[in-house]
Write a protein that binds this ligand. Structure first.
Ligand code: F6R
Length: 464
């Protein structure tokens, strides 16, 4: 008897397919009796395109296990529009003829979509032609080398088709998904968050990593979730977090929080613990604890007798400070003020850019920069090299070769220069900016593999 598996594509699924392939290779897991139906496919994309879900499935699962290729079902990417409804009805019938979907795998888009059922999809919808939301297209843009290359439409199983599966597992990783995951799990069932329909399914479950689960109440405010106080081992941390949360929720400064604010949010016990029953003392405890975390001397070195709470003239304590930046702009965006202060206070600040970040640069920007370099070459009377680079880049763009090494190199260099220039503005010496291009990151962020020996050696050499 066949097992009918509903498959999703995208970055979330990659680890799962990788693990299934490993189990097939090493543990003899067989797919001989597995029939798969994919959720969706981009419209108007050649099937041979590396971006088509057809290619993605072949590469990640179908061609790596012993599943008969004729058991792999996916909606077409190239079709004539007047045949759309026939195609969709035929797909639904094929699913029925296979016995219906036993186990449906899902990812969740930041819009809350499942399959490509974007917000306001009908709960009774079947397989159909859909428009991709702008947010979904923006998320896909880096992989396509720019928004304009991302298809605007797709064929997708409908909400009803998905809900008919006997069992559903939906997965989400990374903080990018935290907000929508919280809405889908804790918010009301509503058409604006398609995924919330899954509440009505009898056998659906979420599998989350800590980052994508981080906005759930059990982590955001465990004090109101029965049974979850065991995550609150560090009382000081959670009590401070609770007071900050209350201040943000009530939209008031901490010192203005009233007894009613605590009461309305189930937080009266905190008043007893931190304020001996007095809410103002509790406010003060929260305020003082947070205030203590603020320092004008981020790397230490405050001269004797100086006020701790206010910025003061620089002291030269000359520590070596290493700022690790997972993205080329994490350091200058997230801690520009701190970096500036460290430099001003006489520390020797080094910044390590861990990834080249080439995936975040669109083709048209790469083209613009290479075109500029070529013009400069022409201006100087020697443009042989830059003209060749320009031609190769244009060729790669025309052929939609996103993985072209030269194109990636140019994109990485653009981010390298941007990062370096921002750090120089903050006072960091050019020679103290280190571009590590760690192999770990040199795939799309969502496909990160394991940390390699080479990654470790690069970091150790830098620290030395
Ligand atoms: C893809 C699909 C989509 C994705 C969702 C999450 O076949 O149906 O719903 O599951 O967009 O995509 P990733 O995993 O790339 O974040």
């Amino acid at each position: 008897m066949n097992f009918v598996l509903g498959c999703a594509t995208g970055s979330t699924m990659r680890v799962l397919y990788e693990e299934l392939c490993r189990m097939h290779r090493e543990e003899g897991l067989s797919f001989k009796n597995v029939v798969t139906f994919n959720l969706d496919e981009y419209a108007s994309l050649p099937r041979s395109s590396p971006h088509s879900y057809y290619q993605e499935m072949r590469k990640q699962l179908v061609d790596r296990v012993d599943m008969p290729v004729e058991n792999f079902n996916i909606l077409p990417s190239e079709f004539s529009f007047d045949k759309t409804s026939e195609l969709c009805v035929e797909y639904e019938e094929r699913i029925k003829a296979a016995g219906g979907i036993d186990y449906q795998l899902l990812g969740i888009g930041r819009t809350g979509h499942i399959g490509f059922n974007e917000p306001f999809s009908d709960e009774m919808s079947g397989t159909r032609l859909v428009h991709l939301s702008q947010a979904t297209r923006i998320d896909a843009a880096p992989a396509f080398g720019g928004l304009s290359n991302v298809p605007t439409m797709a064929l997708s199983m409908g909400v009803k088709t998905i809900m008919q599966a006997r069992q559903i597992t939906i997965m989400a990783w990374t903080e990018d998904k935290a907000e929508i995951v919280a809405k889908a799990i804790e918010g009301p069932i509503n058409s604006a968050v398609t995924c919330s329909y899954l509440h009505r399914h009898e056998n659906a479950k979420f599998i989350l990593d800590m980052a994508s689960a981080s906005r759930l109440s059990r982590f955001m405010r465990p004090w109101v979730v029965p049974g979850f106080t065991d995550v609150m081992k560090d009382r000081d941390f959670w009590d401070k977090k609770a007071i900050i949360w209350l201040s943000l929720t009530a939209n008031k400064p901490i010192l203005r929080l009233t007894r009613e604010n605590y009461e309305a949010n189930g937080m009266l016990p905190l008043i007893n613990i931190r304020g001996n029953g007095n809410h103002e003392h509790c406010n003060l405890w929260g305020f003082k604890s947070i205030e203590k975390c603020i320092t004008g001397w981020p790397a230490g070195g405050r001269p004797e007798g100086r006020m701790a709470y206010f910025d003061s003239p620089s002291s030269t304590c000359g520590k070596n400070v290493l700022v690790m930046s997972p993205h080329p702009d994490d350091d200058s965006i997230c801690m520009a003020g701190t970096i500036q202060k460290l430099v001003k206070q006489g520390h020797n600040v080094h910044c390590a850019e861990m990834t080249s970040g080439n995936y975040a640069v669109f083709n048209h920007d790469a083209h613009k920069f290479v075109d500029f370099v070529n013009e400069l070459g022409l201006f100087q009377g020697d443009s042989t090299d830059s003209a060749r680079v320009l031609k190769d880049i244009e060729e790669a763009m025309k052929n939609k070769e996103e993985a072209n090494p030269l194109l990636k190199k140019v994109k990485g260099l653009i981010r390298r220069v941007e990062a370096r220039q921002s750090l120089i503005q903050l006072g960091v010496l050019k020679s103290n900016v280190h571009h590590l291009d760690l192999p770990f990151y040199e795939v799309h962020s969502s496909q990160k593999g394991a940390i390699t020996e080479k990654d470790i050696t690069i970091i150790i050499d830098l620290i030395k």
